[in-house]
Write a protein that binds this ligand. Sequence first.
Ligand code: DX5
Ligand code: ZN
Length: 210
Amino acid sequence: MKISVSILKSKLPRSKCIYDVEKTDADFIHVDFMDNTFVKRSTFTKDEVLELFKNSNKDLDIHLMVNHPKEYIDAFSTLKRCKYLIIHSEINHDISELIEYIHFKGKKAGIAINPYTKVESIKQYLENVDYVLIMGVIPGFGGQELITSTTMKIDELIKIRDDYDYHFEISFDGGVNDDTIKLLDGVDIAVSGSYICMSDNYQEKINTLR
Ligand code: DX5
Ligand code: ZN
């Protein structure tokens, strides 16, 4: 299982936290981006993200919790290490068109589903996406408790992927720690934030998760 570190909630100032994550063997940095639309909160601005990650030594999976992703796809696809751009399935947009747009920008496309969104509702997109992000918590904040019913979606997605020979990776985001990781069998990428970044030893926590 690969580990992606969410830097949303950390003890350290953001740039120091990123610096420390870069020194670990984490596979990705998970960038949670919000602009006060899809969730009523914003963290960093578009320009701050570009600045913080322009020289990243880790691949990035960028989680766009926004209602209108296009301008952010334009901006963040310029980042060399941006690997996945993930949009939310619940937004009022032509999702297929956005997936195509991310591919057109040369990046891998991901789709995220909120805790109470059913896998069924994204079935039509699964052929074309590279990454499916299962939210284990309501988007907006780090440090929430994992909603266990969301873990049922892992097997559902694995079954669809096997049945249709699709290629997407399955990622799980929210409430992942040394205890809940046991519920994530079959996941390709576990995103973990506060469990790692609120600690004093990032690598030790990553080792425990692995
Ligand atoms: C929630 C974010 C998550 C979150 C994960 O809106 O999408 O990525 O930061 O943080 P933890 O691991 O603390 O739940
Ligand atoms: Zn996230």
